[in-house]
Ligand binder design. Structure first.
Ligand code: 13P
Length: 250
């Protein structure tokens, strides 16, 4: 039985004070979350603070991006070894904002994925189509291409210690959530694509949904058989809202 994972992606939000208060609120209510795993992905500069506040708690933490390089002359970049130094459990790779705003292509995302796994952290690999692609009827083609880049580079076994997040780009930050049926269809497609190569890996793979998930729509999305949690943007910045989603996940 897969264990759901709800992860907050704070994006470029927060301050020392707001993060202290947010994590305090999450920790106050985390005891009411029964089975779901919970994590927060913070901006790099707050990882020290986050790790100090969460150490020993049931809430894991991680980063939102990482360099594909090991170390060296890459001004402004962060290496996996640095994230290990702060005991990060997760690293988001291939978020659509990285792909569209910073030009990250499938090969670069696959290289980052490989770095994260090799360092013993869990990559959260984001995939998803734009509105234009959905309307053109190529959602599955796009998602398959994004997944295939990682499968080609790393092999299907690599997904045994990874998480996939299906985030339709048109649903991110728009308040326009995919319907449970729309999301389930793509989640089932993703699992089927993996199952064609390795049934056991597919069965164990946590596939999160992301895109305007909030307290009021989490339960119906999470009730779908192939939706195993959520990658939460805006709603993860509010402790009560985030906890409502975590509780809906189990
Ligand atoms: P929102 O929940 O704000 O739509 O963002 C989703 C997301 O991009 C999580 O990675």
């Amino acid at each position: 039985m897969r264990k759901s994972l709800v992860a907050g992606n704070w994006k470029m939000n927060g301050s020392r004070d707001s993060i202290r208060a947010l994590l305090g609120g999450i920790l106050d209510g985390i005891g009411e979350v029964n089975t779901a795993s919970v994590a927060v992905c913070a901006p790099f500069v707050y990882l020290q603070q986050v790790s100090e506040q969460l150490v020993g708690s049931p809430v894991a933490w991680g980063a939102q991006n990482v360099s594909e390089h090991e170390k060296g002359a890459f001004t402004g970049e962060i290496a996996v070894s640095m994230l290990q130094d702060f005991n990060c459990g997760y690293v988001i790779v291939g978020h659509s904002e990285r792909r569209s705003l910073y030009g990250e292509d499938d090969a670069l995302v696959a290289a980052k994925f490989a770095r994260v796994r090799a360092a013993g952290m869990t990559p959260i690999l984001c995939v998803g189509e734009t509105l234009e692609e959905r309307e053109a009827g190529i959602t599955e083609k796009v998602v398959a291409r994004q997944l295939q880049a990682v499968l080609d580079a790393e092999g299907v076994g690599a997904l045994a210690d990874a998480v996939v997040a299906y985030e339709p780009v048109w649903a991110i930050g728009t308040g326009k959530t995919a319907s449970p049926e729309q999301a389930q269809e793509v989640h089932a497609f993703i699992r089927g694509m993996i199952a064609a190569q390795d049934a056991a890996v597919a069965e164990g793979l946590v596939i999160q949904y992301g895109g305007s998930m909030k307290g009021t729509n989490a339960a119906e999305l999470l009730a779908q058989p192939d939706i195993d949690g959520g990658l939460i943007g805006g709603a993860s910045l509010d402790a009560a809202e985030f906890l409502t989603i975590c509780k809906a996940a189990g």
